[in-house]
Design a protein. Structure first.
Lengths: 218, 242
């Protein structure tokens, strides 16, 4: 499992754009919003939590279809399915690799971008915390979506249609936690629920993803 | 003789053929009686005026939009556990009907909302969760359309339906997190003292019965169509091989 994780990380780095592309996309979205809605500071600081969360969601979405597609095409997914490592473990490793290449850099970069959107100073630690808690769920749910559409030739658009509704609860709790932090309210409840979604996804979805992959490999 | 024998495609075609006219006939009867009674023979509400009458379309459609998804979930589970092809096809057949019901509920709600709330749309928990339900229906139907092999499609859509149900429920309660919105509470619950008044209640129940029958009729009809389409495909495949 660790070997698979390292392999995926290496592939992401050496193929180029693994770390960079999602991050650049995140930056672009966040930069485009003030250009669209105007540069008033108080408006931006009010919508900053939502923008940062939506942008990180879209950036995570961007690299989802690569999770399984290449392995499916060159047959290594079939090898993984017959290897001693259970497919559930492989699904988990894939999700973790996706999180390390997109979710983690997004989380680390988010405070800098929050600066651009003049996020309230009290909200920074909750922004970090909520992204840290929430982005693993995004990767895991996305891995499930990628497994659903792996057999399709042009699954990209369909993948976003399937995965984005599944992201709704994560987005609501994540953005709510940051907003409460910015307003000086107690965001504990939202953070707990966010962590619950992440824990629940990681408990259940590797099995579902593996089952889905088996259907697709049949 | 068990209940599962009715899921045999041939038996299914056999027993649905005589049931269909009754389902549609009764649905038409209920809807005509309920809607005419509701629209012309109930008093106007003292605050809402005649706009209250949209309840006869809005509430049954909203109810069926949710029930259609639950029916799809049950059918998907039956497919996954017992692998009855008719069950998978019934789930497929129900999805566009449920999508239409969701749209009817959203539209009638918007039409009612304009004079009453002064807005067509508000990000109210109930409204938002219906919009999310609409997106789930879209994704489900799109996945069915995208996959060529029917068994794979049935398997993958069942998985999506099950996972989607969990996330739909999560979203339903997540949007509650914002605030209590504009939408009123339940007007037809069995366990509450205060319900909608009897004058409105009686035609409403008839309308709901009509919508249920209409849904059953449409799903049976669409399932029959799916079975026929699959038979044609099988015949064509056999003809190609011969």
């Amino acid at each position: 499992m660790i070997a698979l994780l390292l392999r995926d990380l290496r592939l992401a780095v050496r193929a180029g754009g693994g770390f960079g592309l999602g991050l650049a996309f995140f930056l672009i979205v966040v930069v485009l919003v003030p250009l669209g809605v105007g540069p008033q500071t108080e408006l931006l600081s009010r919508i900053a939590p939502g923008i940062l969360w939506v942008a990180s969601l879209l950036a995570a979405l961007l690299s989802l279809d690569r999770i399984f597609a290449l392995d499916f095409e060159d047959g290594s997914l079939g090898l993984l399915a017959t290897s001693p490592l259970p497919l559930e473990g492989a699904a988990l490793a894939k999700a973790l690799a996706h999180w390390i290449t997109t979710g983690l850099p997004l989380t680390l970069a988010a405070p800098a971008l929050g600066f651009l959107l003049s996020l309230a100073p009290e909200a920074y630690k909750y922004l970090l915390l909520s992204l840290l808690l929430g982005t693993p769920a995004l990767s895991m749910i996305g891995t499930f979506g990628a497994a659903l559409t792996v057999g399709l030739r042009r699954g990209g658009l369909l993948l976003s249609l399937l995965v984005l509704p599944l992201y709704v609860p994560t987005l609501i709790f994540g953005a709510e936690a940051v907003r409460r932090g910015a307003d000086g309210l107690d965001p504990t409840g939202a953070l707990i629920l966010l962590g619950m979604i992440t824990a629940g996804s990681f408990a259940v979805l590797p099995f579902v993803t593996a089952a889905t992959l088996r259907i697709n490999l049949r | 003789m068990s209940i599962w024998e009715y899921a045999n495609p041939k038996k299914f075609m056999g027993w649905t053929a005589p049931v269909l006219p009754y389902a549609f006939g009764l649905a038409a009867l209920c809807l005509i009686v309920g809607l005419v009674w509701g629209f012309f023979f109930t008093p106007d509400d003292y605050r809402q005026g005649s706009t209250v009458k949209i309840i006869y379309l809005h509430v049954p459609a909203a109810l069926m939009a949710i029930n259609a998804w639950i029916m799809m979930l049950v059918a998907s589970l039956i497919w996954v556990v017992r692998r009855h092809h008719v069950s998978a096809l019934a789930a497929r057949a129900a999805a566009p009907v449920g999508l239409t019901m969701t749209l009817i509920a959203l539209f009638t709600g918007a039409i009612w909302g304009q004079p009453m709330w002064g807005t067509y749309w508000a990000w109210d928990p109930r409204l938002t969760s219906f919009l999310i339900l609409f997106l789930f229906y879209l994704g489900y139907i799109a996945l069915w359309e995208a996959i060529e092999d029917p068994d794979t499609a049935a398997d993958l859509t069942s998985v999506l339906c099950m996972v989607g149900s969990i996330f739909a429920i999560l979203s339903r309660y997540a949007v509650n997190f914002w605030n209590q919105g504009l939408h009123q509470g339940a007007s037809l619950s069995l366990d509450k003292e205060e319900n909608v008044s009897d004058v409105f209640w009686q035609p409403l129940v008839i309308c709901i019965a009509g919508f249920v029958l209409l849904f059953i009729g449409l799903v049976l009809l669409r399932t029959r169509t799916e079975i026929r389409a699959r038979r044609i495909r099988a015949l064509e495949a056999r003809a190609r091989r011969a």
